[in-house]
Design a protein around this ligand. Structure first.
Ligand code: 13P
Length: 354
């Protein structure tokens, strides 16, 4: 079991590769489709995922895909299950196993992630269906009096229970404590909360006897609140994120794959690149873990925008998706440059060249 998990982790964080998060729940995909007036029918969702998963050359940049329960059971037009199709291309299928967030009793404005009841049996079924890794997302908000210590503890406890059950089932757990970027907070406040969150999460993982060597961490980048008057530069975000991770994440963890959290797609790429291109924080050491991506919006946004639900736009959607996958692959090795982008991204190119 442990050998199998180690093998899966090696594949997932292979050099120059990252993970596509395509595990949007029904409610989330409805929100993503809405601006394009795409009907959120099961068939439209299936066609959208099929476009992404059949993108030519994808396996060069993408090592794994996180699926939603329903998608894990769906098939492509050629009759193959999505799981079989991905696996045939050397891409590891994974699955979101949490049941989403609900208000946390006694903590107004905060949430708890549900889904532990019956999880052992579900993990067994997911394994049988071909999933080799899993994901659980906890959500932490920054605001007046938030996050509460209570919220950090309950969410860390649930994350650790999920992680232990995954390892028992031989599925690699992706541990995702997302600190939301909603709000007006500063980069410094974001750093404080990210550090406190990671400390609690790792304390809970240790107390629940989890093997740190057999999990992947999926954190947010340390960015100021989206409505903060003080936005940070690319280098500032990269340095704050790496400093925070070095303080809080044990070197035993075999890989860190970031979520994009609603950042502009190109900016998320530039942040990841800056982290991997930075002269090591304490020379001559390199980062203790590979730093790669497990983006949903920052990989899919431009593809969805090109596709818009139209069958004739499938090649354009796939081109846009492959392009973001390629840029993020380069960023995971610190060799992305804005010149890789379309000239249409001119403003951004200038911003990055600074
Ligand atoms: P984003 O990259 O859009 O933040 O999504 C990642 C994810 O998996 C959320 O759970």
């Amino acid at each position: 079991m442990q050998m199998a998990m180690a093998g899966t982790i090696g594949t997932l964080v292979a050099h120059g590769k990252g993970i596509l998060a395509a595990d949007e729940s029904q409610a989330t995909i409805r929100r993503r489709f809405e601006p394009y007036e795409i009907e959120p029918t099961t068939e439209n969702q299936r066609r959208y995922r099929q476009m992404l998963f059949t993108t030519p050359g994808l396996a060069e940049y993408i090592s794994g895909v996180i699926l939603y329960d329903e998608t894990l059971r769906q098939h492509a037009d050629d009759g193959r299950s999505f799981v079989a199709l991905l696996a045939a291309n050397g891409i590891v299928p994974g699955v979101k196993v949490d049941a989403g967030t609900r208000p946390l009793a006694g903590a107004p404005g905060e949430s708890i992630t549900e889904g532990l009841d019956g999880l052992r049996a579900r993990l067994e079924e997911y394994r049988t269906l071909g999933a080799r890794f899993a994901k659980w997302r906890a959500v932490i908000t920054i605001g007046d009096g938030r996050p509460s210590s209570y919220c950090l503890d309950t969410n860390s406890h649930a994350l650790a229970r999920y992680t232990a059950l995954c390892q028992e089932a031989g599925l690699v757990p992706i541990v995702e404590p997302e600190v939301l970027m909603d709000g007006t907070h500063s980069l410094e406040r974001s750093f404080e909360v990210a550090e406190a969150t990671l400390e609690r999460v790792f304390a809970a993982l240790r107390s629940q006897r989890v093997a740190l060597e057999h999990l992947l961490l999926k954190p947010s980048m340390v960015v100021p609140g989206v409505d903060s008057p003080d936005q940070a530069g690319i280098q500032d975000v990269a340095e704050a994120t790496v400093r925070c991770l070095r303080r809080a994440v044990p070197a035993a963890v075999p890989g860190i794959v970031f979520l994009s959290g609603g950042q502009d797609a190109l900016l998320a790429t530039a942040h990841l690149n800056a982290m991997n291109a930075m002269p090591a924080v304490h020379p001559p050491a390199v980062h203790p873990w590979p730093l790669s991506f497990s983006f949903a919006r920052a990989l899919q946004g431009p593809a969805l925008d090109a596709w818009r639900g139209e069958p004739r736009n499938v090649p354009a959607g796939q081109r846009a998706f492959r392009h973001r996958a390629r840029c993020n692959s380069a960023a995971s090795e610190g060799r992305y440059s804005p010149e890789m982008e379309d000239p249409a991204a001119g403003t951004f190119v200038e911003q990055v060249r600074g």
